[in-house]
Design a protein around this ligand. Structure first.
Ligand SMILES: Cc1cc2nc3c(=O)[nH]c(=O)nc-3n(C[C@H](O)[C@H](O)[C@H](O)COP(=O)(O)OP(=O)(O)OC[C@H]3O[C@@H](n4cnc5c(N)ncnc54)[C@H](O)[C@@H]3O)c2cc1C
Length: 235
């Protein structure tokens, strides 16, 4: 999506009706909203979500749209600690029928062609990849394409695991769960040895992790233009 389309999208604010939330793991929650018919996005993009039912500082934050447009629902998933920010406290207070605002979708974190692609998620950074994988599964076009998801979580708390395993069964996408940086590097190096700069590399997760994985790729001669990053700050 072009810069101008992003700019147009960002000014288009819409209200989303809250449906329900559920816990994905001890400290990870998903929030579901109604999807209006004219709302769509490219799997992997994000929205800017604003709290409107109370006045708080920093009332707007970006969240990846974790659902695929074909699911006909807007889903975001986030980690909420014991000592949450005002934004996340407000998210937990949402009741069915209440509204948040969303502008977007924005961003260029989506598959643009059929190049071999390595998708690398660190912890909560799995959210845009859930959308991407769900969309590939729905379109039934996963065959023959070299697409691999590496999912790193030091605590082995892999959210969406059942769904991802199901997608891996139904498509040619492979999913590898990892809990150490060394193993992640090994898997990245294998992909890199096969595809080098013919591959595309997508990284999402906490900013420090995204930066260090990106440096590893660049140290291994992967050009910046083949690396796409979604760096989540606040983690
Ligand atoms: C493109 C993009 C996509 C993203 N997608 C996602 C996503 O899918 N899921 C996701 O979870 N995040 C995502 N993020 C990050 C997200 O926007 C938030 O920055 C992140 O969730 C942290 O939010 P927070 O409210 O906890 O952060 P902050 O306000 O930065 O707080 C960080 C920590 O500080 C402490 N803190 C802050 N304020 C208070 C307070 N008032 N009282 C007590 N403690 C406080 C809390 O411990 C809190 O956990 C994305 C970011 C980008 C740029």
């Amino acid at each position: 999506m072009s810069f101008f389309q992003d700019l147009f999208s960002i000014f288009k604010k819409r209200e989303l009706i809250f449906l329900e939330s559920h816990q994905e793991s001890e400290d990870v929650y998903s929030f579901l909203f109604e999807k209006e018919k004219d709302l769509t996005w490219k799997a992997g993009q994000y929205g800017l979500f604003s709290i409107t039912h109370k006045t708080i500082k920093n009332a707007t934050k970006p969240f990846s749209l974790a659902s695929a447009p074909t699911e006909n629902i807007v889903k975001i998933t986030t980690r909420i600690s014991d000592d949450p920010s005002d934004f996340k406290k407000a998210m937990l207070e949402l009741n069915q029928g209440m509204k948040v605002k969303m502008s977007g979708p924005v961003g260029s974190f989506y598959l643009q062609d059929d190049s071999p692609s390595l998708l690398i998620a660190g912890g909560i950074g799995i959210t845009p990849f859930r959308s991407i994988l769900k969309q590939i599964e729905a379109e039934g076009n996963g065959d023959e394409k070299q697409r691999k998801l590496l999912y790193l979580d030091g605590k082995k708390s892999y959210i969406y695991k059942d769904e991802l395993d199901e997608i891996a069964k139904n498509t040619s996408i492979s999913v590898t769960y990892l809990d150490s940086r060394d193993d992640l590097h090994q898997e990245m190096d294998k992909f890199n040895a096969l595809y080098k700069n013919n591959g595309k590399y997508f990284i999402a997760g906490p900013k420090s992790m995204v930066d260090s994985i990106s440096s590893h790729l660049q140290n291994n001669h992967i050009s910046k233009r083949n690396i796409k990053k979604d760096a989540f700050f606040g983690y």
